[in-house]
Structures are given as structure tokens and as C-alpha cells.
Design a protein around this ligand. Sequence first.
Ligand code: HPA
Length: 273
Amino acid sequence: MENLLQQLNETTAFIKTKCSLQPLIGIVLGSGLGNFVNEMTVECEIDYSELPHFPVSTVKGHSGKLIFGKIDAKNVVVMAGRFHYYEGCTPQQIIYPIRVMKMLGVQTLLISNAAGGVSTNFKVGDMMIITDHISLFTINPLLGKNEDALGTRFPDMSEPYSKAIISKAKSIAKDLGYEVKEGVYCGVTGPTFETRAEYRLIKAIGGDAVGMSTVQEVIAAVHTGMKVFAMSIITDLGIREEDNVITHEEVLAAANEAEPKMTAIFKELASVL
Ligand code: HPA
């Protein structure tokens, strides 16, 4: 097998034949940012299926492409469609696009997702800035041979989410008149939502919200020296009561409702970074 750096170089070289824009900011469009692209001046789009060595997304409602363009004057690259472990992607496939972003020059990564609320402070539709995460229930994507050119063998994780960006995001939200919560995101593999006992466990170990994405992307980004900001839409409240069950439809509906606010915050944030 070709080595990782060679593959990354091939993907990056291919992208550069299609698009000359040099992005400094990367954005992973998870739930809540589905219409974000409408806020951009798009320069070019490349389907994941065209990209050498890229995995292909299988989740309904997630298109799979890289979109290059500008938010105000800022050059950005957007991942429309991300990869999840529950789809059968390996952790290395999940983070491959993040590493491609790094090779393209991205310094800051902005991420959104949908998450189940575990903290009793949360209600459905809340936005939560992720201040820290628990990745221990997922597979660490850096297992295996370390690529020293990308980052160190034992990355520091004392501030995976940039405090400086968090404070900018809070002041943007305040100016826009939106309430934002803060909390710890606990990553799980899915695809099952959690049992009642599992929600209790996550709460007991310090999780405020739980979701099936993000932590591996963040680990890869931090490994390779990027600054990271991430935000969740709280789409359900775990299984708090005997008769409360969670459906994918309910999660999508809550995410859609918070979408305009989330989009506004990310747009402003990209323009001040
Ligand atoms: N658990 C895990 N992932 C999720 C949830 C949840 O309750 N809600 C949205 N994504």
C-alpha cells in the first residue's frame, strides 16, 4: 500500500488542478449547517467520488463534496458530508479529509454536529459550544504508525477546543441575541442511541451531550496543529423519562429548527478569524 503522505499528496495535487483557492479555514458541515453554503461565494465544488483516496459518504441527506469559496473575504473549504464510524468507515478514513485540509493550508477547523442532551440544563433546540470532549468510547484515529510529518506521536489534548475562538463565538452569539450553552461532548460510535443506563453513565463521567461524530476529527486536527471550534445542536434529551424514545426524524427536525442561528454564528465567526 502506498504510504499515507503519498496518498495525501495525490489528493491535494488533484484538488489543486481543479481549484486554485487557498483556504485557511475548514468547515465540517454537520447537522445545523445544511444551508451554510448559501452564505458563501462558491468558487468550485469537487465531489468526493472524484477525489483520489477519499472515502464516500453513505448517509441519507449528506451530500458528499468539498466546496471552496469565500465567506466575506475569508477563503474557506467546506466538507459537505462527513464520515462516521457507524457507516463502516475506518477511523483513518474518517479523518482523511481533515488531513487533506491541512495539506491545503487550513489552520482553523470549525465543526457542527447534532447531539443528545445529557445535562439537565439543556432543552431540545439548544446550541452548545463544545469546551472539551470524551473520546474514550470511540477508536482513537491516531492508533498505528505515526506520520511525524503530520504531528507528534503523543499529542497534547489540554485545550483541544481553542479558548480564544470560544470567547469570540460567545460574543458573536451575544451580539446576535442568541443564547448558547457550553459543555463537554462525549463521543460514541452509534448507530444505536444510548440506553438509559448509558445516558446515566455518560452524565456520571462528566458528559453534557453525546454524539456519533466530531471527536475523531478533532483529534486529527489537533494532532496536525490546527485550532478547533465545535458546536452541537441539542436534538433530544436522552432517555430521561420512561416513555421517552428517540427517533432520527426527531433529531433532524430539531437540527433544522436551530439551523439559521447556527449558520449565522459560524458565518460571523469565519469572517473574524
Ligand atoms: N446520542 C447519540 N448521538 C446523537 C444523539 C444521542 O442521543 N442525538 C443526536 N445524535
